[in-house]
Design a protein around this ligand. Structure first.
Ligand code: GLC
Length: 694
């Protein structure tokens, strides 16, 4: 049951596909509105889930979060905003309910920060649509019992009458039903991706592929960062560094490896550059207050920002991806689309004037700090975000009023164009900035993180919140983007990453190399990456079922064991799909960790990609040893984990027919295995389910 309330005169975001009729705000349930903020009293035991990509816990209580897409490469846990703006909350109290604050404006969620027992939500300009989502009335019927004649697999009719899912997940499904189906990537995008800023020449790219193949490390994607372009110009290729680009694309595809180039939001100002010239000619760039193209500094220097919110500009920019599709490219990552501004011309001018002024001064502490702050204030300055305009639904709108939509609409621009340019085949697409609604067009990676153990854990915590908001194809830079990675951190991070849909090792310019082969002996990496490919039939099946039923791929334990007070507070374990629980190690030099099992489960230990142990553990806390070269997972009672045979070096090699069934179940147990050709856009859940029976 979803109720909609309209406060003020909000701008449309196009996050929601089907809006229920608006109700009078006086009839608001669960929350109160005092003219400045929405508020709710929270009991001590209440848990607040949600907010998608953000810092801190799975339970968001005790901090203040701001929806304001931020280019924040150096975030610690005291950040308030990251790259996405995901205004969905799920309050698990006496009467669980969800809420979505739909507005492109800045929203502040004080989730018990000022007062631990109060949730306060305030929106800039007080203009927003509020959706309050209660548990649907239909209740949850038991899944109908299926007949299964003997061991083996076979297609039999699926008759799921209802779902035995918790009220929390039912609320998420209601919400997701309203915002539309999540983006579906091609199957190969579930393989391993290797990235770095940068592999600047064709030779460097070939070397990555060669090393992976020589060491028998599985690989499906190599990412191209900004240096593949000619002077950082979108939709160009530096032909000096990549003279045979299309041959390279074809040659790597032969080896099962796709090249995935980056596309940035800023378009270089340069006479003779077609994207720039066309944009000027048609008036497709964002303008300043005087109607002149607004100039921002990004990688290529002076740039203009395509007005992704303008229908014409959006279509024009999206169709530009064809330049690279025509060279054989099948996937992209969209970056710098908060949008990130290194500087505006005005800010830079002020900066230089000030520097000259400081030059002649004797800088005391106050002036020195002012001077220091000046440098930081040049980048992503709020005043610059107030200095340019969009043409949005025929209205001139100042950027800061719609800031959170820019990344969404950039990715929508590509997503809509792909439907036109590749109507049959799915393409890979994910973005750095996002708003709910973008989940229909692409996935997300969680931006610039660090090679920190705390960011490994943060990666785990973000996954269920992202899923609630529709972002299923998601992942972090494995090994960490900034700072130097160590061998043990990469192995431990992969032990989480192999369970997440987007698996990409990415690192920044100037950091230590972090390809698996950069750490000497590759055996442990080979084992763990091979395990990813053994897990693929299960992971892909769980992903697609989640996408096609508006469900979640990664769930907190409290979503299933809703009445278990310990399970509800677990912040470092996840359920991945219906059959397994994971509890990765996230501390350096730890030989294992304490795992909480809400019920009896089967511990399955993999050494390399091979099963080394299967032991039933009782409900409760256990200390589990997990050496660096092992991965441990837990199979839930009554469930099956189908595994492919080992030895695949790319997704296309995985044999979906010869499955080994790991289970903690008696005869008669079943698993719904989803599979498809991995590339068609047209997919129907019902046609593609195969029951795997014991
Ligand atoms: C941004 C991206 C990062 C990329 C870099 C250079 O920082 O977040 O992933 O490597 O830009 O393009």
């Amino acid at each position: 049951m979803i109720r909609r309330y309209v406060f003020g005169n909000p701008l449309e975001t196009e996050a929601v596909l089907e809006k229920p009729k608006a109700e009078r705000t006086e009839t608001l349930s669960h929350l109160s509105w005092d003219g400045e903020a929405l508020s709710l009293h929270m009991d001590g035991e209440d848990i607040v889930y949600g907010l998608g990509e953000n810092v801190r816990g799975i339970n968001k209580r005790g901090w203040i979060y701001v929806s304001d897409c931020a280019d924040n490469a150096h975030h610690h846990e005291d950040a308030h905003a990251l790259y996405g703006a995901h205004n969905f909350l799920l309050v698990d109290g006496k009467e669980p309910f969800g809420l979505f604050v739909d507005t492109p404006a800045k929203v502040t969620f004080d989730v018990g920060y000022t007062k631990y027992d109060e949730l306060r939500i305030s929106v800039e300009d007080n203009a927003f649509e509020l959706y309050v989502i209660d548990v649907p009335e239909r209740g949850c019927a038991e899944r109908e019992c299926m007949e299964c004649d003997g061991a083996g697999t076979g297609y039999i009719e699926r008759e799921s009458a209802g779902q035995d899912i918790s009220a929390l997940e039912q609320i998420v499904r209601e919400f997701r039903g309203m915002i539309g189906r999540s983006y579906l990537p091609p199957k190969w995008a579930f393989g391993v991706g290797q990235s770095r800023w940068s592999y600047p020449t064709a030779q460097d790219v070939r070397e990555v592929a060669r090393q992976y193949r020589e060491h028998h490390l599985p690989l499906d994607m190599i990412y191209l960062d900004i240096d593949y372009m000619e002077r950082y110009k979108d939709f160009t290729v530096d032909r000096e560094a990549f003279p045979d680009f299309e041959d390279l694309v074809a040659e790597l595809k032969e080896q099962g490896v796709r090249l995935i180039p980056i596309i940035d939001a800023g378009v270089k100002v340069e006479d003779g550059y077609d994207v720039y010239e066309e944009g000027i000619e048609h008036g497709y760039f964002c303008k300043d207050a005087d109607g002149k193209e607004f100039v921002v500094g990004v990688w290529p220097g002076r740039c203009h920002l395509p007005d992704m919110l303008d229908d014409g500009a959006r279509r024009w920019f999206g169709l530009k991806y064809k330049t690279l599709l025509d060279l054989g490219i099948e996937g992209f990552w969209n970056d710098m689309n908060e949008p990130a501004l290194f500087y505006s011309e005005k800010r830079l001018g002020q900066f230089f004037d000030k520097v000259m002024e400081y030059r002649s001064k004797n800088l005391d502490v106050k002036e020195f700090f002012e001077f220091q702050d000046l440098t930081y204030s040049v980048q992503n300055n709020p005043e610059d975000y107030r200095s340019f305009y969009h043409n949005y639904h025929g209205q001139r709108v100042r950027h800061d009023k719609v800031h959170n939509l820019y990344g969404y609409y950039m990715t929508r621009s590509a997503g809509e164009a792909f439907e036109e340019l590749s109507p049959e085949k799915r393409l890979l697409l994910f973005s750095r900035a996002s708003y709910i609604g973008m989940h229909r067009y692409g996935g997300v990676w969680t931006g610039d993180n660090k090679a920190w153990w705390s960011h490994l854990l943060m990666n785990l915590k973000m996954m269920p919140s992202l899923n609630m908001c529709g972002f299923l194809y998601a992942g972090a830079d494995i090994g960490g983007f900034c700072a130097d990675c160590t061998r043990d951190l990469l192995l431990r991070w992969l032990a989480l990453g192999i369970f997440l849909p987007l698996l990409r090792n990415h690192s920044a310019l100037g950091t230590r190399r972090q390809e698996p082969y950069a750490f000497g002996d590759t055996e442990d990496f080979r084992g763990i990456l091979a395990l990813r490919y053994r897990l693929l039939p299960y992971l892909y099946s769980e992903f697609m079922k989640a996408a096609l039923t508006d469900g979640m791929y990664a769930r907190p334990l409290g979503f299933v064991w809703t009445a278990d007070p310990i399970a509800r507070r677990v912040e470092d374990e996840l359920l991945i799909g219906e059959s397994i629980l994971i509890a990765p190690v996230y501390e350096q030099n730890a030989a294992g960790r304490i795992v909480y099992l809400p019920e009896e489960m089967k511990l399955v230990r993999f050494r390399g990609a091979q099963i080394a142990e299967e032991t039933v553990l009782s409900a409760g806390h256990h200390y589990v040893e997990i050496p660096l070269d092992e991965v441990v997972l837990f199979v839930r009672k009554g469930h099956i984990l189908p595994l492919a045979q080992g030895g695949s070096e790319c997704v296309a090699d995985v044999d979906w027919d010869e499955l080994e069934l790991v289970h903690f179940a008696g005869r008669g147990a079943r698993y719904e295995l989803y599979d498809d050709d991995g590339e068609s856009r047209a997919v129907e859940l019902e046609d593609r389910i195969q029951w795997v029976c014991l």
